[in-house]
Design a protein around this ligand. Structure first.
Ligand SMILES: NC(=O)c1ccc[n+]([C@@H]2O[C@H](COP(=O)([O-])OP(=O)(O)OC[C@H]3O[C@@H](n4cnc5c(N)ncnc54)[C@H](OP(=O)(O)O)[C@@H]3O)[C@@H](O)[C@H]2O)c1
Length: 302
């Protein structure tokens, strides 16, 4: 039987061991030959060739890039924790700004599509909902680094696509976990979780987000928002999970941002207006459905 996968185009995905990258690799492998880049956390994904590389080692990565010779690139690797960026400004700048520009330059040299994963944290949270045309004004260093990366790549390679993602939730087996699966594990142990009542976003499950990113790679130009349908606080999401898992409401402690000391400031409401993406065909799951799917994937009985 002929190996049809050899005829497929090659997609390079950085951050393949990350929460979003893992979902991107799995979905993309249905239509592309996928090469995933990981750094510290090896992960195996069916039908995906995984390669270890440090994206801040530009010389080595340039050589690797020449050998892979991709037809398109999704750059999802990042220092993705705002508190880490605040504490480690120069390390985070290297991966969040310098590597992004470097990878986009490599794509520009081959005139191949380059898609950068950015964040709703480019906004200050004082005037939601935010469309692609809304003024940016980050309130922490992570947001500032995303803004600088966006501006630099759109200036040097204007054909780049920038997907701004909201808070994501879900489960990626073997890859990095995130706050939502951590919350489920706490509930299972009977441990209490503290959740903000005064930080609003438009959350989306990572699988829907990955679908939106791949759609954007085919159809979008410039900046595009991939938020979910509903504006929610982490507290409201926690209550949805608590009710679904039928655990005691006392396991959730509602708190205000002011009550917790954090290195990075968080904006109050960075809900995204994603109507441009919706009209392009992006159709994320409703949060309730996304949460049900996550619980199912984690094989938790409810
Ligand atoms: N999670 C969210 O809710 C959210 C919301 C909005 C935007 N975003 C953005 O979405 C993207 C993906 O986020 P995520 O949650 O999937 O992040 P994540 O789970 O923290 O994963 C980060 C990825 O970046 C890789 N990486 C970090 N430094 C690297 C380096 N020097 N060289 C090569 N790879 C490196 C990591 O590799 P190793 O783990 O193997 O070292 C990992 O695969 C990021 O750009 C993030 O800023 C995330």
């Amino acid at each position: 039987m002929p190996d049809l996968t050899r005829k497929r185009k090659k997609l390079l995905i950085t951050g393949a061991s990350g929460f979003l990258g893992w979902n991107l690799c799995r979905i993309a492998s249905k239509a592309w030959r996928v090469v995933g880049i990981f750094f510290r956390h090896p992960v195996a994904i069916k039908n995906v060739q995984m390669i270890k590389a440090d994206l801040t080692d530009f010389k080595n990565f340039q050589q690797l890039f020449r050998e892979i010779r991709p037809n398109a690139v999704i750059h999802s690797a990042a220092a993705s924790q705002p508190d880490y960026c605040e504490l480690h400004p120069s390390e985070s700048k290297k991966i969040n700004i310098h590597s992004t520009l470097y990878v986009s330059d490599l794509c520009a040299a081959l005139s191949i599509p380059f898609l950068f994963i950015s964040s709703d944290l480019v906004f200050d949270g004082r005037n939601p909902p935010y469309s692609e045309k809304s003024p940016i004004n980050p309130v922490n260093l992570y947001g500032e680094q995303k803004v600088q990366a966006e501006e630099k790549i759109l200036e040097s390679y204007p054909e780049s696509i920038v997907c701004r993602l909201p808070l994501m939730f879900g489960y990626s087996k073997g890859a990095n976990e995130n706050f939502s699966s951590g919350m489920i594990r706490s509930f299972q142990k009977g441990s209490r979780v503290q959740l903000f009542t005064d930080e609003f976003r438009t959350p989306v499950d990572a699988e829907s987000a990955a679908g939106g990113v791949l759609l954007s790679l085919e159809k979008a130009k410039g900046i595009i928002h991939l938020g979910g349908h509903k504006r929610l606080s982490r507290y409201e999401m926690g209550v949805m999970l608590q009710e679904l898992l039928n655990v005691s409401p006392s396991l959730i402690e509602p708190i205000s941002q002011k009550e917790m000391s954090m290195k990075a400031f968080r904006p109050p409401d960075i809900s995204l207006d994603s109507s441009k993406a919706f009209s392009m065909g992006y159709s994320p799951l409703e949060v309730e459905e996304g949460i049900r799917q996550m619980v199912k994937t984690m094989e938790i009985k409810v």
